[in-house]
Design a protein around this ligand. Structure first.
Ligand code: GLA
Length: 421
């Protein structure tokens, strides 16, 4: 047989070659039929069409290794904001002790916007923010704080100001120019937009600016962001809006219960967000606000105060600045605590802490006093371990104890403990 000159092949040689190629074809067909469907599909996957959350090249921005802490204008001021309100919040955060307690971000929520300019860049409302957003961000930074702003993935914000849809990169550039460190991104007027895609576009736009900008997703849990947002943003709302109410619809307890179930999805860099704090806004009792704050800390929730920082009662300050409770929220292990026992209105919640300690919350939802007990097994400790116990609201170290513990808990109240065995 002469290589390189097929015409010189003998008839037998040609038939043999034909026979071999027919066998090869048959083997390929059989192999293809035997291959699992996924493996066949792999060849045809276009990486550009992977959902952002599955793109192996997508990395997180490295921010929010512990839950973010700050203040946001919405719960107290709604749309009634201007640059003096925001400056006042920054002043109060710096002078009240909140900054020293760990609160860092001053975030303007909805209603700061003016129109887009001729080139499509967003501007600030000239009446409410006559000095402009850059000057305001500079002011906040001059207090040693960080500055946050709000937009929406739709055509309009929830209060009908211009949304970012179609302007994501322009808006991100504008925020970076202004010195924005945090973006809360809402979900009104989004029509049929795909949430994962919409949030990924803004995440990419923020990333492209080269500035560290924390990204807060606010789509109220509608599209289960806990399943896809860990590599897109740093926190995602899990519920509808909170209001200054103990229970029922749009309440503190409703949001706590919805958020509790999702404990396994939170971790450093990506947190469940049951919405901003109502502590100090006046429609719950101080006992209820202590419970609210304790539940948020147990769930490693973002601690974004929503009250008037320039007019805080001593009780409000003592709640928002309880260093022991804040330390539970900010614990480096970053595990969201959850309910481990429930007996009627009496509940026990546990949060594992770095170094093997546990935060424990004895929570009485009811309107009568309750005696709530728990044992070391519920903490994952052997019963004989003698553990140090600190009461985080009484600010007292109790006697070391083994096996179990119980306390009386006032109606709608908590006893919060740090147990180190
Ligand atoms: C939505 C959000 C709120 C707030 C308002 C502003 O309701 O969930 O937190 O930002 O919009 O309009």
């Amino acid at each position: 047989m002469t290589e390189g000159n097929p015409s010189a092949m003998s008839d037998i040689g040609k038939r043999t070659a034909y026979f071999h190629s027919a066998i090869r074809m048959m083997l390929m067909v059989i192999a293809a039929l035997l291959l699992p469907v996924e493996a066949m599909a792999d060849d045809s996957v276009d990486l550009n069409r992977l959902p952002p959350s599955l793109d192996p090249a997508r990395t997180v921005n490295g921010l929010a290794q512990t839950p973010p802490m700050g203040w946001n204008s919405w719960n107290k001021f709604g749309c009634d904001i201007n640059e003096n309100v925001i400056r006042g919040a920054a002043d109060a955060m710096a002078s009240s002790g909140m900054k020293q307690a760990g609160y860092q971000y001053i975030v303007i929520d909805d209603c700061w916007h003016g129109p887009r300019n001729a080139d499509g860049f967003i501007t600030a409302d000239p009446e409410r923010f006559p000095s402009g957003i850059k000057a305001l961000a500079d002011y906040v930074h001059s207090k040693g704080l960080k500055f946050g702003i709000y937009s929406d993935a739709g055509t309009m914000t929830c209060a009908k100001r211009p949304g970012s849809h179609g302007h994501e990169y322009q808006d991100a550039i504008q925020y970076a120019r202004w010195g924005v460190d945090y973006l809360k991104y809402d979900w009104c007027y989004t029509g049929t937009r795909n949430a994962e895609e919409a949030y990924a576009v803004m995440a990419d736009a923020l990333r492209a600016t080269g500035r560290d900008i924390m990204f807060s997703l606010c789509e109220w849990g509608s599209n289960k962001p806990w399943l896809w947002a860990a590599r897109i943003g740093n926190l995602w709302r899990t519920t509808g809006d909170i209001s200054d109410r103990w229970d029922g619809n749009w309440s503190m307890l409703h949001n706590a219960d919805e958020n509790e179930k999702l404990w396994s999805y939170a971790g450093p860099g990506h947190w469940n967000d049951p919405d901003m704090l109502e502590v100090g806004n006046g429609k719950m009792t101080d006992t209820e606000y202590r419970s609210h704050f304790s539940l948020w800390a147990m769930m490693a929730s973002p601690l974004i105060a929503g009250n008037d920082l320039s007019a805080m009662s001593e009780a409000t300050k003592a709640i928002l600045m309880n260093a022991d409770v804040i330390a539970v929220d900010q614990d480096k292990l970053g595990i969201q605590g959850h309910r481990v026992a429930k007996d009627g209105d009496s509940e026990v919640w546990v949060k594992p802490l770095a170094g093997g300690a546990r935060a424990v919350l004895l929570f009485n939802r009811g309107s009568k006093p309750a005696h709530i007990a728990f044992n070391w097994e519920q903490l994952g400790y052997p019963a004989h371990i003698k553990a140090a116990v600190r009461d985080l609201w009484a600010h007292r170290d109790l006697k070391p104890i083994a096996g179990q513990y119980a306390a009386d808990v006032e109606p709608h109240g908590v006893v919060m403990l740090r147990i180190a065995g």
